[in-house]
Design a binder for this molecule. Sequence first.
Ligand SMILES: [Fe+2]
Length: 417
Amino acid sequence: MAHYRRLGEVPPKRHTQHRDPEGRLYYEELMGEEGFSSDSSLLYHRGVPSAIVASEVWELPDQTRTPNHPLKPRHLKLHSLFPPGEEGEQRLSRNQDAVTDRRLVLGNSDVRISYVVAGADPSPYYRNAIGDECVYVESGAGVVETVFGVVPYRTGDYVLIPRATTHRWVPAQESTQPSRLYAVEANSHVAPPRRYLSRYGQLLEHAPYCERDLHGPDEPFLVDGEDVEVLVKHRTSAGIVGTRMTYATHPFDVVGWDGCLYPYTFNIEDFMPITGKVHQPPPVHQVFEGHNFVICNFLPRKVDYHPLAIPVPYYHSNVDSDEVMFYVGGDYEARKGSGIGIGSISLHPGGYAHGPQPSAIEASLGVEYFEESAVMVDTFAPLELGEAGLAAEDPAYAWSWAGRGPDDGNPAVFSNS
Ligand SMILES: [Fe+2]
């Protein structure tokens, strides 16, 4: 995040004395990426940011991953993972939180995708020491309290939280919807694609969004407290683990900070789709990139205007990538007849050509506008299925292009075909 921001009280010169009204020194912290050779911020704390009084194991939810073998396209119904109870979804999910109740859907050594439906209760204080998080808000509203300040979130937001940022999710009490969160956890940083940026980091005119669309915190956020627990997700040689650290004083004690490293949101409605006379390639839909993966979104838009154009995509073999589509709005034209609906994921792995369901091609001819929204993650390493991915699978999907599967030779039956 290469745009300078300054909030609260900071001294005129960095690394110089900065005192409170009683004359006590604030504690300066440099939070920087890539060995302090990339973006960073300077934070001024009231308390000592390293003062912990306890460190214990935090048992993470199931992180098991199962290879996609034998190779198949997959349809995962995420909404089935958190079904509404007798008293309705809001009531059932009240005590689920945005961090500890995440269920692992897909993952590899570069990125993990989890899903959670969080109720009204705040999450524990948390930070991810493995990489940046890019959390897509499928629905719901609230705020993310962070050491940099408070960032509001709403439906359609990507919430970008830099690695090691202490924060917690606080759903709005008045929200009529639970917070449905699609968490993309990187092992790296997540940022706008380099090709959207000038040599000095400004978003260029051809980019589908600009700095005005990125929303960081507006003021410092201070909380008093002692013995505050923070859950830390990190790595050992054994894999991804968790630790519960207890801080002597509240970590939200930053009176001011400045720099280019901080959390921010970007709403999917502020993405301006790039369209053309014939079908545009997937990279025009890109929003962010991480190491070995990209994030794109497909949004309501005018479609191809050549008189003989075929608006749905051609079959394509993305030979270096696994492709994950998360369908979040409208009616996805190319998947009509497949059983996919809102809340579905499709996984189209590398080594397998995919494209529209055959009936969708003719149906798209002459259509001028697609009313569809989907978030896509393409990874350069194969994705494996988490426990939630296995639990949410619709096994008929792999055979939906042929109309029959291996078991019965009969046409497959799909839920909305
Ligand atoms: Fe695709």
